[in-house]
Design a protein around this ligand. Structure first.
Ligand SMILES: NC(=O)c1ccc[n+]([C@@H]2O[C@H](COP(=O)([O-])OP(=O)(O)OC[C@H]3O[C@@H](n4cnc5c(N)ncnc54)[C@H](O)[C@@H]3O)[C@@H](O)[C@H]2O)c1
Length: 354
């Protein structure tokens, strides 16, 4: 049962507590301290060292070592959870049950059942539950989504994503659960769907029990294929997403500040041959390369603004709870495929084709 503050869709300032102020959490502290409509009330971290750092950087913000006080505090309408992945479910379920709106970092949970459970608790309690899929709030990715929806890319044939770098190497999850949520969230957004099947191969080089590098193929509806390559042991930092369609190829490069999105007006398709009845002929398009103007905005800020807007309005955020659970569903299917050496795993039914 949900307890706590029941008029919990504030019309004025949204009081927020940040739980977890490590490498990523401090960025939330900065953004939440700056954006209009939000008031960072408190920062919680179990590490005294992190709390000292927060106190140094944000001397006016209350800081504490456990979540109990913020969960009982009626001036805290919402919590942002940026703790290690294995702690997400427990903290998020406690916060929702205390009547808070929740923004939980990616991946939402380590089990699909837990993600669905959180989604149901939030829905029953009419609380906003959102997941930190930062890249779906990236202006370049948002521009690509608009181009796809407007039909400019044509029929989407396949998508490809590369996310490699040296580190950060996590202790609680493997490189797939740490890095691939971004790419799965982007692909699901672009295609408005979840893959039907996945097939994955991984390599374990640093430890025996954890993937450091992986190659994942995803089969989406209508025969659209996608591929993700992730690695946290590759010194070449790459953050690229490519969409190949019948009319255009569009490329997102997060490391190219000048031209984050490039559109290649090229594509291959089969068109009806007007000179011969019932025949089709290959049509190759070869056109310009365009760099559209992409607004400059920090994705985390856009994400936090969406959280605050949705808390007030009750509308679903772009990175809503369902999209977070779908990403976990795909990750679980990837794990099933990995244990069977790359066999196709059906994302919905769990069946594996050997
Ligand atoms: N969206 C993104 O682009 C992005 C980028 C980096 C990290 N992340 C996610 O953010 C989360 C945190 O990652 P990080 O790199 O900041 O990790 P981190 O280890 O640097 O920080 C985690 C912090 O949580 C604290 N903590 C752990 N358990 C706690 C608990 N029960 N209560 C309160 N505090 C607790 C730790 O003391 C630490 O300060 C992860 O889920 C990660 O996947 C997301």
């Amino acid at each position: 049962m949900v307890t706590g503050n029941d008029s919990n869709r504030p019309t004025d300032e949204v009081g927020v507590a940040l739980i977890g102020a490590g490498y990523w959490g401090v960025n939330y502290a900065r953004v939440l301290n700056e954006i209009p409509g939000a008031r960072l009330v408190s920062v919680v971290d179990s590490s005294e060292e992190r709390l000292r750092e927060v106190a140094r950087r944000f001397p006016r913000i209350r800081s504490e070592g456990a979540v109990d006080r913020v969960l009982a505090d009626r001036s805290v309408h919402a919590v942002v959870i940026a703790t290690p992945t294995i702690t997400h479910y427990e903290i998020a379920s406690r916060a929702l049950s205390a009547g808070k709106h929740v923004l939980v970092e990616k991946p939402m949970t380590t089990r699909l059942d837990d993600a669905i459970n959180l989604t149901e608790i939030a829905s029953k309690a009419d609380r906003t539950l959102m997941v930190g899929h930062t890249f779906v709030y990236n202006q370049g990715i948002m521009a690509m989504k608009r181009m796809i929806d407007e039909g400019k890319v044509g029929r989407i044939y396949y998508l490809q994503s590369t996310r490699t770098h040296l580190g950060l190497i996590r202790q609680d999850v493997d490189a797939l659960w740490d890095l691939a949520p971004h790419d799965i969230a982007i692909f699901n957004l672009f295609l408005n769907s979840t893959p039907e099947w996945v097939s994955a191969i991984s390599g374990r080089y640093l430890r025996d029990d954890r993937a450091d590098v992986a190659f994942v193929t995803l089969g989406y509806p209508k025969g659209t294929l996608a591929n993700i390559h992730i690695s946290w042991i590759d010194s070449n930092k790459v953050r690229q997403v490519t969409v190949v369609g019948s009319h255009q190829r569009i490329v997102f490069d997060d490391l190219n500040a000048m031209e984050p999105v490039r559109i290649f007006e090229t594509g291959a398709s089969m068109a009806a041959d007007l000179n011969s009845f019932g025949e089709f002929k290959l049509s190759l398009r070869d056109g310009a390369i365009i760099s559209p103007k992409i607004p400059v905005a920090e994705p985390l800020r856009t994400l936090c603004q969406d959280f605050v807007r949705c808390i007030r309005s009750g509308e679903p955020p772009i990175a809503d709870a369902e999209s977070g659970a779908e990403v976990v569903r795909v990750l679980e299917a990837i794990d099933r495929s990995l244990t069977l050496g790359g066999c196709r795993a059906d994302v919905r039914t769990g069946a594996v084709r050997r």
